[in-house]
Design a protein around this ligand. Structure first.
Ligand code: GAL
Length: 956
């Protein structure tokens, strides 16, 4: 089974094994573990960073203190009316939906969120879900892979906890808070006012959420740990499982550990019997299993095994848990670098943040895979998760595709918070064979060169090893080499060698392992070959940024020439939002990537591909559209791993040059339109070529889907490249046309991008929701429900009293037969372009509702519950409109009870504008996601003056 199949198998495994009975399976056992996605059907709205009236009144209600359980109020309350909120699925990043603003934080991509935008910096999420009555007695928890940031979670109004970091995964036991056999409401408040990193970080529940159901006797979350020792033709696999008894009784059980290969064949099994756990205790159970002739996990063949851990009690399976793992060995050598399975591997790595064009930080899983494939195609074999633990699906993709990983902790420190974060990272991620190193920190300028740094690093390193001794510990250091952290760390991570003497350090610490955790930091715009400081565009020719950094070529040559350096990680693989060094506004994306924020290669990609892969590479730059520069010299470069490259202009040779290892070739060529051609020779034989041609103006849009068949699961995606071609079908490398998109069938566009660091075009077009509150109700007591004058649109209610002044007690009930409530509400000038809905709530036992004098609801009973009225535009007008509700009074059941005084709210939904994006130097990207049904997605792309293009995607 291929590794991709293994992934589907895992899903299937969980699907099958989460069924209460396994029909057709030999084993007549009840397996209770369920791992259910909680990604769909959330409601979302922006709250407010400090104004409770705009933050859904959370924390303002009677006894809504943290010291009163179940009193979560406002939007945290299960009773809160969220019908007006937007419907969304996870993962979701509200930052990417916001416009850009110079008042946003430059380092975060200048989105209109953060300190200057209190109205866009708090996001609320609510989800209602049913828990079957049969689940009573199970251990049920809700697990968040990551929420940016400072999340507060409530279940059914009960406060569960606060997680400050946007990069930690966390889980809450909700077993005792649930309504079994009924509705449950989870509410999450995230606040991005304060930032964690100096790069785009997204906002909201940007990773998956899960509902985990198990027996009270179960395997702990992240409770398995698999390591292996390979000797000759066998592997000794040590499988440890942490078993938890969350029950109120002592439980006796056995544990079976089984290793299964990618085809589902059992390779080894071991059973430990006679185990006992007292209530609220846990235990590690260790088994050593031998696998003969193991298939090893490697970069080229990332073969995954599976450990199946089964907990049995009196012949009944109480839990079964699958752990994907790989059998492989890793070793650093202070003189020779890094070895995987005993074979030397030079680390050819990239640093990456977690965002992508169009979708921000909320990446569908398939996009993780797309990004790792893109990096692999350049020859990249290692990925540093700078500067925080990633989403688990990124690591899954690295496991499946064969990409080594440095998993990085967010903040150095030895207070319990920091050490606990390190612990959580390691426990969560330790079974990924891709991970070869834990990084305890990055560029901690305040401590890296001093004794405090040395102490902290030594403690963190020892702590990390106490949890996992099978990985190497590194720290990325920018200065103070020879002092501080560099004196204690196992694998010294150099950030930028231009300012450091690695040879000297190696001489001084001959037993220390080392690599370049950051190198490069070159800045370039894809497809630009003349600096344009006004437009904030920088050439894509490789060059050093300033004296603190090397060019890419200088950097790689340094590492390639020194075997004691295990390799290097380029800063960065992908461009990312924020940190648009050396520019400020309106640049919003970094310039550091080898590929742009969409994944379109810059020329640097080909430099690395030449020296990082065995494939024959011949790549020419720049493009050959220099109309107006006829006769002027143009700098032409070739990136190639051939021995010699010959350059020809319009078939005339401009000479053959010999390539220096890890180098590149250059010519100055007098511009003449036509064809520029590079021919590569190895040992005198022509082995490859690249051709760039002068193009004409674009005449047609071209679409190319990275995958033509995707899963009809509502999650899978295809990444579509948009280009423009001329009448000779040549891609026009300078095209800047704005392309409009339309989509039909079971798919939707979830984001667009083009790699232009200065583009302020929207990434997403989402529906806009305006909620119009009905407040300041006035009231007048009347004799009956059926009144006419008081409900009229133009009735003068100036003399009426504020509603609900009088306590709604029995006395009031005896006195007052009916009440007319009136209020004005304001409709915006453009309301007719929106769909308007009134979500009513009962403020009477029986109530009739009038909008501008017209009855829309007649004698609605309290028992009928909340109602929903679509309001036709003809009923409304811009400016002040009137609502009148005639009701028989609602009365308090007892003195401390309250009655509903909220009549409901009016929701305006503005449909999203159609998707569009400009090409940037010939490219744009559209990400299309399945909406869940099988069929054919048809994406059309057009632009004024250009012939339309259509691409069809099947969803299966
Ligand atoms: C490093 C830092 C990275 C990034 C890079 C840009 O100092 O670790 O996160 O900011 O510089 O050159």
């Amino acid at each position: 089974m291929k590794s991709t199949h293994f992934f589907y198998f895992l899903i299937l495994f969980f699907a099958v094994f989460s069924e209460p009975t396994m029909a057709g399976n030999k084993e007549p056992l009840a397996v209770k573990r369920e791992h259910l996605s909680m990604d769909n059907d959330w409601r979302f709205a922006l709250g407010h960073a400090y104004d409770p009236s705009k933050d859904f009144y959370n924390g303002t209600g009677g006894f809504s203190y943290l010291a009163k359980t179940g009193y979560g109020d406002g939007a945290a309350s299960p009773e809160f009316d969220d019908r007006g909120w937007r419907k969304i699925n996870l993962p979701h990043d509200w930052a990417v939906e916001q416009p850009f603003s110079p008042k946003g934080t430059l380092s975060h991509g200048s989105k209109a969120i953060g300190r200057n935008f209190p109205e866009a910096s708090v996001g609320w999420y609510r989800k209602t879900f049913v828990v079957p009555a049969a689940d009573l007695g199970k251990h049920i928890s809700i697990a968040f892979d990551g929420v940016f940031r400072n999340s507060i979670v409530w279940i059914n109004g009960h406060y569960l906890g606060t997680e400050p970091s946007g990069y930690n995964s966390f889980e809450y036991d909700i077993s005792e808070y649930l309504n079994y056999g009924g509705n449950n409401v989870i509410a999450v408040r995230a606040d991005v006012t304060i930032e964690e990193g100096w790069f785009y970080e997204g906002a909201g529940i940007y990773r998956h959420v899960w509902l985990n159901k198990t027996d009270q006797l179960h395997i702990a979350t992240n409770g398995t740990f698999v390591t292996s020792q390979v000797k000759n033709n066998t592997a000794d696999v040590t499988a440890t499982a942490n078993i938890v008894n969350a029950d109120k009784e002592t439980r006796s059980f056995s544990i079976t550990q089984t290793i299964v290969d990618a085809d589902g064949k059992t390779l080894a099994t071991n059973k430990v019997t006679g185990l006992t756990l007292k209530p609220f205790s846990s235990q590690d159970v260790k088994s050593i299993l031998t696998v003969n002739d193991p298939r090893l996990w490697s970069i080229e063949t990332p073969y995954l095994h599976r450990l199946v851990t089964t907990v049995e009690e009196n012949g009944t399976v109480t839990d079964r848990y699958a752990t994907a793992f790989g059998i492989r060995t890793i070793r650093f050598d202070a003189n020779e670098g890094f070895f995987l399975n005993g074979k030397h591997v030079k680390i050819k790595g990239t640093n990456n943040h977690q965002d992508h064009a169009g979708v921000g930080a909320a990446l569908p899983d398939a996009l993780q895979e797309f990004r790792i494939r893109t990096l692999k195609s350049m020859g990249c074999n290692a990925y540093r998760c700078s500067h925080n633990p990633p989403t688990p699906e990124l690591l899954d993709a690295c496991d499946r595709l064969g990409m080594l990983v440095i998993d990085e902790n967010r903040l150095m420190g030895v207070a319990s918070t920091e050490l606990n974060d390190v612990k959580r990272m390691i426990l969560r991620d330790r079974n990924h064979p891709s991970i070869i190193s834990w990084s305890i920190g990055n560029e901690e300028w305040g401590i890296e060169g001093n004794i405090t740094g040395a102490r902290i690093a030594a403690t963190m390193q020892a702590f990390a090893k106490s949890i996992d001794s099978s990985r190497y510990i590194t720290a990325a250091i920018s200065g103070g080499i020879g002092n501080g952290i560099s004196t204690v760390i196992d694998v010294l991570g150099y950030n930028y060698v231009a300012t450091k003497n690695t040879d000297e350090q190696h001489k001084k610490y001959p037993n220390q392992f080392s690599w370049g955790t950051e190198e490069g930091s070159t800045v370039a715009s894809r497809g630009i070959y003349e600096d344009d400081m006004g437009k904030q565009q920088l050439v894509a020719y490789d060059r050093k940024q300033n004296d603190f950094f090397y060019s890419l070529e200088q950097g790689w040559k340094h590492y390639a020439a020194r075997p004691y350096l295990a390799g290097m990680f380029i800063w960065s693989g992908f461009d990312y939002r924020g940190e648009p060094t050396p520019f400020g506004w309106p640049s919003v994306v970094s310039y550091f990537g080898m590929v742009d924020a969409c994944g379109f290669p810059k020329d640097d990609y080909y430099y690395l591909k030449s020296w990082w892969t065995d494939q024959t590479v011949v790549h020419l730059l720049p493009h050959w559209n220099w109309q107006g520069k006829e006769g002027q010299e143009i700098r032409v470069c070739a990136y190639s791993n051939c021995d010699e490259v010959e350059l020809l202009l319009n078939k005339k040779s401009l000479g053959k040059k010999t390539m220096e290892p890890n180098g590149h070739l250059e010519w100055q060529v007098k511009y003449q339109p036509g064809t520029l051609e590079a021919i590569g020779y190895k040992k005198g034989v022509r082995v490859g070529q690249d051709v760039v041609k002068t193009t004409l103006l674009p005449t047609q849009v071209k679409l190319l889907a990275d995958r033509q068949v995707i899963k009809a699961d509502g999650r899978d995606i295809t990444v579509i490249t948009v280009q423009a071609t001329d009448k000779n079908k040549l891609n026009v490398p300078t095209a800047e046309n704005e392309i409009g998109f339309s989509i039909n069938g079971p798919g939707k566009i979830i984001g667009v991008g083009n790699g232009n660091q200065t583009s302020l075009e929207p990434d997403q077009y989402v529906e806009q929701i305006n909620l119009v509150n009905i407040s300041n109700l006035k009231e007048k007591f009347v004799e009956e429900l059926n009144v006419k004058t008081e409900v009229a649109a133009d009735y003068d209610d100036t003399g009426w009293q504020a509603a609900f002044k009088d306590t709604r007690d029995d006395e009031f009930g005896r006195k007052v037969k009916a009440i007319v409530y009136r209020a004005g509400f304001t409709m915006p000038a453009d309301f007719a372009t929106a769909t308007t809905t009134f979500f009513s709530k009962n403020i009477g036992k029986l109530q009739s509702i009038y909008i501008n004098g017209k009855e829309i609801g007649h004698e609605i009973k309290e028992s009928d519950g909340k109602q929903e009225f679509k309001l036709d535009a003809s009923l409304l007008h811009p400016g002040t409109n009137t609502i009148a509700i005639v009701a028989t009074p609602l009365l308090k059941a007892n003195i401390w009870a309250s009655v509903n005084t909220d009549p409901g709210l009016i929701q305006l939904v503005y449909p999203p504008a159609p998707y569009k994006r400009k090409l940037f130097n010939g490219y744009a990207q559209v990400i299309v996601q399945s909406t869940g049904q099988p069929g054919t997605i048809i994406l059309k792309a057009g632009s004024p003056g250009l012939k339309e293009s259509v691409v069809e995607i099947s969803t299966k």
